[in-house]
Design a protein around this ligand. Structure first.
Ligand SMILES: C[S@@+](CC[C@H](N)C(=O)[O-])C[C@H]1O[C@@H](n2cnc3c(N)ncnc32)[C@H](O)[C@@H]1O
Ligand code: SF4
Length: 450
């Protein structure tokens, strides 16, 4: 085996879609989107993602689609557009589609005022038929989440929250422009629990400036002391050529790729010893949590929201940059908020690019999803399921064998079972990229796997 560890510098998508959104084409516009919405029946399970692209302050590491605003007025104006977009959607769905998942993300949905949050929920309940037994999740920034907010979310049926922690160390927090003491996060979590919201996720990032093993171990200990049901452990994607504010983080402050992999390994071992089960490439869940159950029962799925437990066929993205997923493809709203708003004001769906699955896309997507969710894929079984010849992926299997020989992180058993053997589960991105026929067309746009 040559140099078993140099794989961490490889670049690959995170595969929240296949192909990754870089490949979406402007040839796909509102017509396909409108057709898919109109094709929904009362029995179609729908999950809605609502994007709020505003924050009070920018964190310098942030890779999300968001903008800083000190005033509420731009948010209020945006909410009016969101409601109008949902009215346009209603025009196609006729209120059909069983809405059993609502996810507010951003940006910072915790900035929404009560009347605006209610207006969005009413518009959602009108565009679809709401099934309140599903998941209602909010991404919360502890710095802007008040006790009144939390009480409101609980009253409205919110049953899962994701809290951005990232890192508890002072020096790391200063370097990312995100000051948030442990006591603040602990108090927000306590209020969430007292309000009766049971599903609590915490987000951590490894690879941030000035992180060391000792510091990160302390962050992990403090996070586990808060007893969340899930922990997302994201790899810091430093892409200053795409996100200008990341230039405020000097490259020399960052751990090397090798150190990043060690931080991940440290976290994996610590969280396992604290009773968390590894799920997918970057999640950890208590065995009693639905994510851990979905991983062990084989029902875990991956989509734009990350790892999910629901069985919805349709994911409707609402808001600027939001992506919708239908059987057969994806469609994305304009990511330029003024352009998004102008389209909605004209009464049209604001979708501008997308992808229609054709050729062998579905088979490749299936294999990639299996690898990203379960760290293994039976390639021959996938060929059978998609009516392809048994040796359809012979070249890919050869490439997997070459990775096995060179790096020892992935294995091919019986010539058909691709298995991620490395404890560094992000290696699944490399295995998945072998089955990605479009990966070369967007070289340089993906983050490093470490
Ligand atoms: C939309 S943000 C979270 C919500 C809220 N705005 C907050 O920060 O608390 C979702 C998560 O994405 C992760 N994230 C953002 N930028 C990232 C980057 N460049 N690399 C890795 N993870 C990132 C962070 O962990 C963050 O909590
Ligand atoms: S991490 Fe969250 S709060 Fe910070 S800029 Fe990004 S979206 Fe806003």
């Amino acid at each position: 085996m040559e140099n078993p560890l140099d794989w961490w510098n490889l670049e690959a998508p995170r595969y929240t879609s296949y192909p990754s959104a870089h490949h979406f084409s402007p040839a796909m516009d509102g017509n396909w989107h409108a057709e898919r919405l109109a094709a929904m029946t009362e029995a179609t399970h729908v999950s809605a993602y609502i994007h709020i692209p505003f924050c009070k302050e920018l964190c310098w590491f942030c890779g999300c689609h968001t903008k800083m605003t000190k005033r509420y007025e731009p948010i209020a104006r945006y909410v009016r557009v969101l409601v109008k977009e949902l009215e346009i959607i209603r025009g196609f769905t006729g209120g059909r589609g069983k809405l059993n998942g609502i996810h507010f993300g951003g940006g910072s949905p915790s900035l929404l005022e009560r009347s605006d949050l209610l207006a969005i929920l009413y518009a959602l309940a009108s565009a679809f038929t709401h099934d309140p037994s599903g998941e209602f999740a909010m991404e919360l920034d502890p710095r802007t989440t008040t006790a009144e907010n939390i009480k409101l979310y609980a009253e409205l049926g919110c049953n899962r929250v994701s809290i951005g922690i990232q890192d508890f160390n002072d020096e790391v927090q200063r370097a990312i422009n995100r000051l948030q003491p442990f006591a603040m996060v602990a108090s927000v979590m306590d209020t969430i629990r007292r309000a009766g919201i049971k599903g609590i996720n915490c987000d951590l990032i490894y690879g941030l400036p000035h992180q060391t093993r000792e510091r990160f171990l302390r962050t992990l200990e403090m996070t586990v002391a808060l007893a969340p049901s899930r922990i997302a452990l994201f790899s810091y994607a430093h892409m200053p050529h795409l996100k200008k504010h990341q230039r405020l983080i000097e490259a020399s402050w960052l751990p090397s790729e090798r150190e990043k992999v060690e931080l991940y390994a440290l976290a994996g071992e610590f969280l396992a010893s604290a009773g968390y089960v590894a799920v997918g490439i970057d999640h950890f869940a208590r065995p009693s949590d639905t994510l851990a159950a979905a991983a062990s029962s084989g029902t875990l799925r991956r989509n734009f929201q990350g790892y999910v437990t629901d069985d919805t066929e349709v994911l409707v993205g609402v808001g600027s940059s939001a992506i919708s997923q239908f059987p057969g493809g994806y469609i994305q709203n304009s990511a330029n908020t003024p352009d998004y708003s102008a389209r909605v004001e004209r009464g049209i769906l604001p979708s501008v690019r997308g992808w229609r699955h054709g050729g062998d896309d579905q088979a490749r997507k299936h294999i990639i999803d299996e690898l990203m969710c379960f760290m293994k894929a039976d390639v021959e079984k996938a060929c059978r399921a998609f009516a392809l010849p048994k040796d359809y992926f012979a070249d890919e299997i050869l490439e997997i064998r070459e990775l096995e020989r060179r790096h020892g992180i992935i294995a091919c058993e019986d010539g058909r079972n691709v298995v991620v053997t490395s404890p560094h589960r992000m290696a699944a991105r490399i295995a998945a990229s072998v089955f990605d026929r479009y990966r070369h067309a967007a070289a340089g746009k993906y983050s490093r796997v470490a």
